[in-house]
Design a protein. Structure first.
Lengths: 79, 153
């Protein structure tokens, strides 16, 4: 957590880049999401929109739960 | 003094952070099973999957409610792993039967429908071009020519 944003590191061995982008799309209404892809890690930074009162820690953890949901559905071929 | 961090079996419990770290052997439980089991806990906890998919998978469950029994949470996760492994094994076992049923269903649909024989078209239309008149019923007379009388029963 830094200032008013939370940075999340995602392991691409478990969570695909496509799933991360899909999660970004889901959370777009709540916060600004930027995704950067590096060799062995995907960096995601989440910055809540000005009028949103969101706990940054909770936002980071919620991102992981949404990501898990998307990964699971992608693996099952539902998305 | 109560210890803040302690390990039981494959669980590592951090009471202060209200999270439990579970180490899973990927050779025993495949990744799909781990994701399915983890998905069940989305309501109760925040789930993070990490580690090495070939060596050791680390699942971190951070309880949403601080009063949650962390050991029970971790052990429930282990149970769900077994539950989904069993389900996957049963699905694999029943796969040939399911395939056969589906194939049979498609085969039945693909079969040719029996051809319906229609009447041959009339070549000489004059043969049937006769004016149609309703048959008149002969009232009052029987075949023998006598008047019908009401039968008394």
């Amino acid at each position: 957590m830094e200032g008013k944003e939370v940075r999340v590191e995602v392991n691409p061995r478990f969570y695909s880049y496509e799933a991360v982008l899909l999660t970004k799309k889901v959370l777009k209404g709540v916060c600004q999401v930027s995704v950067r892809r590096k060799e062995d890690v995907i960096l995601v930074s989440l910055k809540p929109k000005p009028k949103m009162k969101i706990n940054l820690e909770t936002l980071g953890y919620e991102f992981y739960n949404y990501l898990l949901n998307n990964v699971k559905e992608m693996r099952l071929g539902l998305i | 003094m109560v210890r803040d961090i302690f390990s039981i079996d494959n669980l590592e419990i951090h009471k202060g952070k209200s999270n439990v770290i579970i180490s899973v052997n990927p050779k025993v439980y495949p990744l799909d099973t781990i994701f399915s089991a983890a998905y069940i806990f989305i309501d109760k906890a925040y789930v993070i999957v990490d580690g090495d998919p070939n060596e050791e998978i680390i699942v971190q469950l951070k309880a949403k409610d601080k009063k949650t029994d962390l050991e029970k949470l971790g052990r429930d996760f282990n149970n769900e792993l077994i539950n989904y492994s069993f389900y996957a094994a049963q699905t694999a076992k029943n796969m040939p039967i399911r395939t056969a049923i589906v194939q049979r269903a498609f085969f039945t649909q693909a079969q040719k429908e029996p051809e319906i024989e229609f009447a041959k078209p009339v070549e000489n239309i004059e043969e049937i071009a006769k004016s149609w008149k309703p048959r008149r019923k002969k009232i009052g007379k029987s075949k023998s020519g006598r008047k019908r009388s009401k039968s008394r029963s």
